[in-house]
Design a protein. Structure first.
Length: 244
């Protein structure tokens, strides 16, 4: 398999999973192993393609991001401050099922109705994403629902919060790995980023329509099934996952 094909596949994986509550990092780790994209060069690539996913949110919500909305930017700043992969997949799925089963009554129907305290709570929930496999989107969406946001409001705020989070994380990783960047890799970076942008754009639009009439139970069962499947391949020795 050529590097460009691997870059295209990984870019699509990033775009499809970044904003769904199923852990983009976990999927990129598994996909990278299956594609043989496990060197430091590919670690840098995975940092770069997050930009494509982030730009999809900026483009879809450009009217709101580039409008002076003091409350939105205040909430994003406050939420951003607080800023075992397989077990986290499964546990995260169970948590989603429990939250959906609780049938919580939302008190906040839109991001505009959020206070700075609501934003801070969602930001604290995002800290759980520091646990590999937890899913940043899952932590912020489910956390938002627990704190009184409707599914749509929690999902939209999760999209918005992804922008400063991915920018900061990307800038840090860019600087830390600056010695690994090479002009020769520009092609795979471009292919991966464009693939991530397009697939993330599709997911962002679809997910907002989906949450209007559906809950997150299918994603919970997917997380549990995916985690169990990868555990099975590990225990059975079908795939030689790296220990690191």
């Amino acid at each position: 398999m050529t590097d460009l094909v691997a870059a295209l596949i990984l870019g699509v994986v990033e775009g499809l999973t970044e904003f769904l509550p199923i852990s983009s990092t976990g999927h990129l780790i598994v996909a990278g192993e299956l594609l043989g994209a496990t060197s430091e060069r590919w670690d840098v690539f995975k940092i770069v393609i997050q930009t494509g996913a982030m730009l999809a949110v900026l483009w879809e919500y450009r009217a709101r991001f580039f409008r002076i909305d003091v409350a939105l930017y205040r909430n994003l700043i406050v939420a951003f401050i607080p800023a075992a992969v397989l077990l986290a997949f499964i546990i995260g799925g169970v948590i989603i099922l429990l939250v959906e089963r609780a049938a919580l009554r939302p008190r906040i129907q839109s991001t505009q109705a959020m206070t700075w305290l609501d934003a801070l709570k969602v930001g604290l929930a995002q800290c759980f994403a520091l646990i590999p496999g937890t899913s940043r989107s899952g932590a912020t969406i489910i956390g938002g629902m627990l704190f009184g946001l409707s599914r749509k409001a929690a999902t939209e705020f999760s999209f918005f919060l992804a922008v400063p989070t991915l920018v900061a994380a990307g800038a840090y990783d860019f600087w830390k790995n600056r010695a690994l960047f090479s002009g020769a890799d520009a092609g795979i970076f471009a292919v991966g980023s464009i693939a991530a942008f397009v697939s993330a754009f599709v997911v962002v639009r679809w997910l907002i329509r989906y949450v209007a009439t559906h809950d997150f139970r299918p994603f919970a069962w997917y997380r549990i099934a995916f985690g169990l499947l990868v555990l099975l391949t590990f225990w059975a020795g079908w795939v030689a996952w790296r220990a690191d």
